[in-house]
Write a protein that binds this ligand. Sequence first.
Ligand SMILES: Cc1cc2nc3c(=O)[nH]c(=O)nc-3n(C[C@H](O)[C@H](O)[C@H](O)COP(=O)(O)OP(=O)(O)OC[C@H]3O[C@@H](n4cnc5c(N)ncnc54)[C@H](O)[C@@H]3O)c2cc1C
Length: 537
Amino acid sequence: MENTIDNSYIVGTFFVSLLAFVVQLILRRRTSNSVSHSRKIIYGYNNVFKNRSDLTCGECFQPRYGSVDADVIIVGAGVSGAALAHTLGKEGRKIRVIERDLTEPDRIVGELLQPGGYLKLIELGLQDCVEEIDAQRILGYALFKDGKITKLPYPLEKFCSGVSGRAFHNGRFVQRMREKAATLPNVTMEQGTVTSLIEDEGTIRGVQYKNKSGQVTKVFAPLTIVCDGCFSNLRRSLCKPQVEVPSCFVGLVLKNCELPYPNHGHVVLADPSPILFYPISSNEVRCLVDIPGQNLPSLGNGDMSKYLKTIVAPQVPPEVHAAFMAAIDSGNIKTMPNRSMPASPVSTPGALLLGDAFNMRHPLTGGGMTVALADIVVLRDLLKPLHDFTDANLLTKYLESFYTLRKPVASTINTLAGALYVVFCASPDKARKEMREACFDYLSLGGICSTGPVGLLSGLNPSPVCLVLHFFAVAVYGFGRLMLPIPTPKRLWLGVRLILGASGIIFPIIKAEGVRQMFFPASVPAYNRASSKKGSQ
Ligand SMILES: Cc1cc2nc3c(=O)[nH]c(=O)nc-3n(C[C@H](O)[C@H](O)[C@H](O)COP(=O)(O)OP(=O)(O)OC[C@H]3O[C@@H](n4cnc5c(N)ncnc54)[C@H](O)[C@@H]3O)c2cc1C
């Protein structure tokens, strides 16, 4: 009796499987027919070129599976997109990059790469992209306040001699990375403006873009990575953007002038807010003047020149004063809003945001490129075990892990940038004044009081716990000083306000970054998923 039942199960299962197999065969034939039809339409509109050589369309698009044109579409070839294209291309992925403008950018952003970012560049095999562009080595900072100066070297003792910060023309660096990525046979770079993401039942399948000759084209891939920068038009469906613009930078280039401390970034704690200087070539110094708020003096009617000459110039170090005035007179003044936006991704199958499109912080500490490059290292390692990206659900799980794995480094750099900007701005509030003074004097103490914070800022030791400890050490140091020689009630109250003020600066930033992901990433399920995936390989 038992045997009869067993046999009937086996026969039944066999016929059902056979039927399912036949149905699947028919469906696959139909799908591939329709796919090859639609692909013909897409090819008809395409006008793709390879940077290295002209390939026929057939050669450009050898789909590995289904109707895809690549494994990954990358939108934007700025710092993140170009570095990512090379990284994933080197991993053997077929990459399609669409960049709005492939000519060399001329911008005031992304010109100082912190040593932590340089280490990531080495990890990605891109360190040669800062060679032959007249990049300048940066060994630390010099901080100026009310006539006092303190030197803050990067803690580089543990690293080999080539490791340091690098400052350069952003456009030259980006162009080197683009060229390097385009030398890979599996990376295709095209000039075009992506106008929308193609979505199908909640999954991003590719992008629609306008190519150089104005033709609207669609390309498909199982993964689209959007790196379209701080003004991203595409981020809206992939995250909940909460952009703040605390200030703007006004950029000038000072020609043929010597900085008081060669090979150092210079930060002047000016009124109303900081002024930065760093060399970007052997005969040029970048100056970035921070102006709080979003309303800048007009460039057109001369108000900006007047502001720079009357308010800013008296506060710059005397060694650069003449070059600063000449730079204003040259009329080459550029401005950029300083945006900050915590990462708040909406997990979307088939798509990922990266770089400034995903996460921004105040550029005072020059951390943006370091975060972007660190993210690319995390992503590369995370995606390594995946043979292909066709399983959208599996891919989504991996990408969710990315959001947690990147947090400790990214959120430390982000939080420090936001907090330091507030502390470094002048304020009529006495407690804030005390905090600013305490911060300068704490950093001047040297030893761990300077190497700790500079290690955080440089990306060499981006530890969230270390950040909180140093931040409150500054506040306690400021409080302690107020209690000397005797703690009067007035001074005690000022000290309390200083501590409360410090908490009011740092805690909202940490909250926006996510306390759990920042300090206890291992308690987030996605973090453990990533570890178990690695373990199982
Ligand atoms: C004033 C200022 C100064 C800064 N200074 C520093 C610094 O010294 N050090 C540092 O580390 N960071 C700095 N940053 C931050 C740094 O510039 C960014 O973090 C970094 O450039 C981010 O790289 P990204 O690739 O995301 O964006 P980007 O480098 O801006 O690249 C975006 C790319 O996408 C392209 N693109 C945009 N839209 C589309 C579209 N629809 N279709 C196709 N392509 C598109 C653009 O043409 C561009 O090439 C600064 C930022 C500002 C605002």
